[in-house]
Design a protein around this ligand. Structure first.
Ligand SMILES: C[C@H](O)[C@H](O)[C@H]1CNC2=NC(N)=NC(=O)C2=N1
Length: 146
């Protein structure tokens, strides 16, 4: 085999990283309820979920939580558990799967805002996390430690 040597050895081009400035997502302190919801009941439900480690999303349109798992397989099993209920209830989350965690975000698109469907499915996540043995070393409030 003939080995070719480059006749000119060029230094690696140094690249100045471009700074992409993005708005820092701020956590909203107030939840926006969708039209037609029982706001008093929903406030109580949301309060209980916040105590379980859920946090309001940046716009206050929904809630979010990161669930931690010991293995990728458990994380994916959790996603499937949520997906099955989502399909049956016709209400779908945004989920990001990582090796040891799943970020879940619940909001309602129409009518826009937070609804009792989000509450019901967030509770379903809690149930699934119990079955899937969420990594207890990650603590209760998983939303902050990604
Ligand atoms: C027709 C269908 O049921 C609707 O488009 C559903 C689908 N899944 C949904 N999921 C979520 N999160 N919010 C909705 O408003 C919603 N609407």
């Amino acid at each position: 085999m003939r080995l070719c040597r480059p006749s000119v050895i060029r230094p690696l081009r140094s690249v100045t990283p471009r700074l992409h400035l993005q708005p820092v997502p701020r956590m909203s302190s107030t939840l926006q309820f969708a039209e037609g919801e029982d706001t008093q009941q929903l406030s109580r439900d949301a309060e209980a979920l916040l105590k379980q480690g859920w946090a309001l999303d940046g716009e206050g349109m929904g809630i979010t939580k990161t669930f931690h798992f010991k293995t990728y397989f458990k994380a994916v099993s959790f996603v499937n558990f949520i997906a099955a209920e989502s399909a049956s209830k016709k209400h779908h989350p945004t989920m990001t799967v990582r090796i040891g965690s799943v970020d879940v975000h619940w909001t309602t698109h129409r009518p826009q805002g937070f609804t009792s469907k989000d509450v019901a499915l967030a509770r379903h996540c809690e149930q699934g996390a119990g079955l899937m043995a969420v990594d207890p070393s990650q603590g209760l409030n998983c939303a902050k430690g990604k």
